[in-house]
Design a protein around this ligand. Structure first.
Ligand SMILES: *[C@@H]1O[C@H](CO)[C@@H](O)[C@H](O)[C@H]1NC(C)=O
Length: 399
């Protein structure tokens, strides 16, 4: 029997080590963000012409921002590209929006693919498969429907791709457009702090953190592993795609401009449901997540470390905890400022409210994910098997 006191000391040491690691992660993410993000795009004429890009846009339904989001793809500052819009159902309202834009920009090469192709359970892959097979260019950009692009964003991604011959994927770090309302504040604070910290430090350490909402892929690399269809059996197709490419020696790169999500139906509940869905995917793929993730969050880690500091260093737990929270908050503010590269659309007080909300919700989101493991995505639900393969619980679509 190990005496009780050693167990207590063991836990205390564990918490303090985790706590020190998290501060290192903060500093790593902040320094890396300053070096990595918003590098100015090189406008000088390239030695070789830029390669063409086929942009895949999987769409389902219409939200108030869809048209203006899609329009940003018609006005990209990039010499050669084609837009391949994909809808599964010909009655989808998005068809009208796309046709309107095709009419407005006849000079932009663009096509609409209707019907999808059932290659697996992942609805996004099924939707994109026909367009992927018809894509004409050596680079493919997979871009979710709610993404907006700055004019220079594609050029930035291609320049990162061209920086080395063995770069297989260039992905934009998830972030959010400026918008009104509390849900937009929550979204920006979450993606610009918690998510950015883990994303940037994972990339710095060479850990696969690929999120496929806006991701440029080298076609030869993807075709080596069977194209997008090879990932149709996963819901986290982005993670497995990046894993397969890395295993074959390709590199991942984070673009210097973050992905601007601009869904037209933001809501706090929707945001939490999405975070819970992502947490379910992570837990199914890597069960240790459920134990380790609370240790990367400000409040649970701070509570554990304050207790540990009391046990080991006879510190006063409450002041320790408060200083911890304050320092974390300030570093998050600095990181968010870098990820935004400019002034934020809210005041410091609003940031404080959004930040407290985001941090307080994080443990609850994780708990929801643990208690209800089914994954709901749009109108369907799925269950994940060990290792990440998915099956649909109540298939609603006939093919
Ligand atoms: C980032 O912000 C700085 C200062 O406002 C600006 O000069 C620079 O052009 C911005 N970078 C990008 C890539 O937008």
């Amino acid at each position: 029997m190990i005496p009780m006191v050693y167990t207590v000391y063991g836990f205390a040491v564990f918490f303090l080590v985790a706590w020190v690691c998290l501060w290192l992660i903060h500093i790593m993410a902040l320094s890396y963000s300053k070096w990595k993000l918003y590098r100015t795009v090189d406008r000088s004429p390239p030695e070789l012409p830029y390669p063409g890009v086929s942009i895949l846009k999987p769409l389902t339904g219409v939200d108030p921002n869809l048209e203006s989001n899609l329009e940003t793809f018609f006005t990209l500052d990039y010499p050669t590209y084609e837009l391949l819009f994909c809808v599964e159902d010909e009655r989808d309202e998005a068809v009208k929006v796309v046709n309107g834009l095709l009419h407005k920009y006849p000079e932009v090469e663009a096509r609409l693919f209707v019907g999808g192709s059932r290659v697996g359970v992942n609805p996004k892959i099924n939707n994109m498969q026909p367009a992927y097979l018809s894509a004409r260019h050596p680079l493919v950009l997979v871009s979710d429907s709610g993404i907006r692009m700055r004019e220079d964003a594609l050029l930035d991604m291609v320049q990162q791709m061209q920086s080395r011959e063995d770069v297989g994927i260039v992905h934009q770090m998830p972030f959010a457009c400026d918008a009104e309302g509390f849900a937009a504040l929550y979204e920006k604070v979450y993606f610009g702090t918690t998510q950015a910290r883990l994303y940037l430090s994972a990339d710095f350490l060479g850990i696969n953190c690929h999120v496929g909402m806006s991701s440029l892929v080298r076609r030869v690399a993807l075709d080596e592993v069977g194209g997008i269809a090879a990932f149709g059996e996963y819901l986290a197709e982005d993670y497995f795609m990046a894993k397969a490419l890395v295993e074959r020696g390709w590199r991942l790169r984070v673009a210097s401009l973050p992905a601007l999500q601009n869904c037209g139906t933001r809501s706090v509940g929707g945001m939490q449901a999405r975070l819970a869905r992502w947490a379910r995917l992570r837990i199914a793929m890597l069960p240790a997540t459920a134990l380790l993730e609370p240790l990367s969050e400000c409040l649970p880690l701070g509570a554990g470390a304050a207790w540990a500091a009391g046990v080991l260093l006879s510190a006063e737990p409450l002041p320790f905890f408060l200083v911890h929270v304050l320092a974390w908050f300030l570093l998050d503010w600095l990181l968010l400022r870098t990820v935004q590269n400019g002034s934020l659309p809210f005041t410091k007080v609003q940031f404080l409210v959004g930040w407290v909300w985001s941090e307080a919700c994080a443990p609850l989101v994780l708990a929801t994910a643990l208690l209800r493991p089914e994954i709901e995505w749009r109108t369907r639900s799925y269950r994940l098997e060990w290792g990440g393969r998915a099956h649909e619980l109540k298939p609603k679509l006939k093919f």
